[in-house]
Write a protein of this length. Sequence first.
Length: 441
Amino acid sequence: MNPSGLSLDQAPPISAPLRFFLTAPLFAILAAMLLAWNGPAIFTSRWNAPLLATTHLITLGFLGLVVFGALLQMLPVIAGTPTRHPKRVAAITHGLVTPGTLLLAAGLAFSNALFIKTAMLFLAAGLAYFTVIVMSNLNRALPGNITVITMRFAVLALGITAVLGLILASNHAWGWWLVLRMPVTNLHLTWGLIGWLGTLVTGVAFQVVPMFQLTPQYPESLREWLAILLFCLLALWSGSLIVNGGSPNATGVTANTLLVGGGGLFAVITLYLQAKRRRKLPDVTLSFWRFGMLSVLAASGLWLAGEFYPAFGGSDRFGPLLGIVLIAGFAMSVVNGMLYKIVPFLVWFHLQSLKLGMGNVPNMREILPEHCTRLQMWLHFVAVFLLIISALGAPLIFYLAAFAFGISNLWLWFNILSAYRLFRRLSRGKTKPVSNELASS
């Protein structure tokens, strides 16, 4: 990686993003424990309270925290606008979103209205604060940056997702009857997964896939129009759903079909570019991204089958299955893969800035050894496949799936912690040979 676009003055302290990265896997471990506690019945309906709690532990707790930490680190590079007072921004955001997510999950899992009301205060404050900070940074960026434009749409989608989520949470907290509860839930889920996370991944991919994976550039027309098109299609679908009282109509179905097609097109082009990469050596991040893109294609096929063949998608079990493919298969895979580039780069970059001397700064493959990350990757893939089989109606596999999912994320947490411990040892002047440091970590 070429760090020329990032100076020490621009970069936030390593503790700012890493507090998010070290906390995020713990939420996924809690999700695995909640799965095991409730048993296979959790997948019988997408409306199960424990399943809603598990989903938010992953989407808000794991995915949300990783993305927040990554944005703090990436804004100086991508937008050229470093966050002012990054340690304070990280502390406030992390200090609000973390307890808010825990309280929301506990409130949903145990039907505790007080927990949900308190969670709403924490999450509304934390998400609003972070959204304003990031949007102000993006507005200070130079015009014409495609990734910056895409990120603006993504942050706007995050705001819409948060508002819809607060409406739904208030329904649980105060017990008032939300007539359009199912359509609002669909809006909340779609704006979160496609509008926020999907748009953000596409925008970041335009820079990091060619840079990290040594692929050709994405087509210019795709970079210029994909985010705008996805956002407009989401808005059109949402408007048709609201105007039609929550029932799908021809406009909504068309917009949704094109939306799914846009996601599928991005996945196909990404896989094609990865096949054309200049460096053919195996790479964990590349494998994670490929698995994520294949999951997007699988989710697109599942949605189209459910939309146009009611016999296939009519079961309430279809919702959990689609959620597993999108959240665990796509989102967690891509985020997991990016962590294995971001974390070692941060450790290497900040150690370089300390000028420890020749031979005392390990390279990135030494910071996070390939065998550790690859074994965790395969365990994640196995966990996703087992979760899919469980959702299809194989209860005997369920506990093995929950166990594999939990161990995978525990391993991820340990990998990140090991890299951070190595940084702390070397930065404090304990500059024994790198090989000994790695062995002790």
